[in-house]
Design a protein around this ligand. Structure first.
Ligand code: GLA
Length: 391
């Protein structure tokens, strides 16, 4: 974190004045190790919370005003709005995320009695696909729960975040990102069954290796519309399959069942999307079994297969992230490497042996810049806890 909590509080007081109860909170970003585009298909995911994320300072007000300020967007100044008549707007920029959480609380019957002054600071690289928006949603939910004394579980805060993102922000995301931000646990990834929300923590204390995130620094436009298209294509495939087999989600199928019934999916594009969803879900289950058996090589190989499937069948990768993965696969000591998150740019996640980390960075850095004109960034990450109060 580049700024201390005290500095954030000082800035808060400078903007909004002193006095009252000023509290600080944090909600992390996430990286998904395996299980991509399965969370809205009733499958499994395996994300972990990072130690980077979004910090928030809050104090309730006496009136119904909402004031937002982000240290990351000082040019926007204090963005003022009201608890009444909350609607998303383009000018509202990043504040549409916290506004959506206030709106969702009201919709769910959690009546917020007064407005609030809020200051935000995030240290997740912008546009990296490491869930800065989910962390802001979960953070806001936690701040509202604590400030106004609601009895809401962390799982429900994740669901509130997802609802808000789907219905206030128009991005039809699944539950993975908000769940990881709310429920993360230090040194563990979360093996989550998105059809039931049953979950289990799996330690990822890799004695000889590290998780390295490589930021491609590209974010292709229309990400949320491309994402929403994928979701629709998966739903079309499911409807076609339901004419021949009794399933609730694509996650209900094994690979063999998919092969048996796939011809029911009329559109070849939808068939490829469904193939990814089914195989990826099964891959995730196998990967977690491998990890539990300390077979990190198999885990890494399955990560590589995920990349190929996202590249060829789900088509949610892009030339830049394909290049990063392909360069990584050639480096000795790289156990696995793939695009992570929603896709169409963003980051790859790699498991790299400790002694190979320098070689990994050297082998990707220059060729990537030469071939794409972008300077990749590398983060050797730690796995942290889910959202919590800081004081
Ligand atoms: C985004 C969404 C998640 C999930 C991933 C892909 O991060 O917010 O819900 O669908 O993409 O796995």
């Amino acid at each position: 974190m580049a700024v201390s909590i005290q500095e954030l509080k000082d800035k808060f007081q400078e903007l909004y004045g002193e006095g009252g109860s000023i509290r600080a909170y944090f909600a992390p970003g996430r990286v998904n190790l395996i299980g991509e585009h399965t969370d809205y298909n009733g499958g499994h995911v395996f994300p972990c919370a990072l130690t980077i994320g979004t910090y928030g300072i809050i104090r309730p007000r006496q009136d119904r005003k909402l004031n937002f300020y982000s240290v990351n967007f000082p040019e926007m100044g204090v963005v003022e709005t009201s608890l009444d008549g909350l609607t998303p707007s383009e000018e509202a920029g990043w504040t549409n995320y916290p506004k959506g959480i206030f709106w969702t609380f009201e919709k769910r019957g959690y009546h917020i009695p007064t407005g609030a002054d809020i200051l935000i600071y995030g240290d997740i690289p912008a546009g990296s696909g490491l869930s800065s928006s989910a962390s802001l949603e979960v953070l806001t939910g936690l701040m509202l729960r604590d400030t106004f004394g609601f009895d809401i579980s962390m799982t429900d805060l994740a669901l509130i975040g997802q609802y808000s993102e789907n219905n206030f922000n128009g991005m039809n995301c699944g539950i993975m990102d908000q769940f990881a931000s709310a429920m993360g646990k230090k040194d563990c990834a979360i093996f989550l069954d998105t059809s039931t929300l049953d979950y289990e923590y799996a330690p990822i204390l890799l004695p000889d290796a590290k998780i390295v995130i490589t930021n491609s620094k590209v974010k292709h436009s229309l990400v949320s519309s491309a994402y929403n298209d994928r979701r629709r294509e998966s739903e079309t495939a499911l409807k076609d399959l339901q004419t021949v087999v009794d399933i609730q989600t694509l996650g209900d199928l094994t690979e063999a069942q998919f092969e048996q019934y796939k011809d029911a999916i009329k559109d070849p594009v939808c068939q490829k999307r469904a193939k990814h969803a089914v195989y990826e879900n099964q891959r995730t289950i196998k990967a977690v079994q491998a990890l539990k058996a300390n077979d990190i090589e198999t885990f890494g190989r399955l990560m590589n297969e995920t990349h190929v499937s996202l590249r060829d069948d789900y088509e949610s990768s892009c030339p830049e992230t394909d290049l990063l993965a392909e360069l990584a696969w050639k480096v000795p000591g790289v156990l696995g490497s793939r695009i992570t998150g929603g896709g169409f740019g963003g980051c790859t996640v790699s498991i790299v042996k400790n002694e190979s980390i320098d070689l990994f960075i050297q082998s990707l850095d220059q060729p990537y810049e030469e071939q794409t004109g972008h300077k990749a960034e590398f983060y050797v990450v730690e796995v942290g806890d889910g959202a919590h109060a800081l004081d």
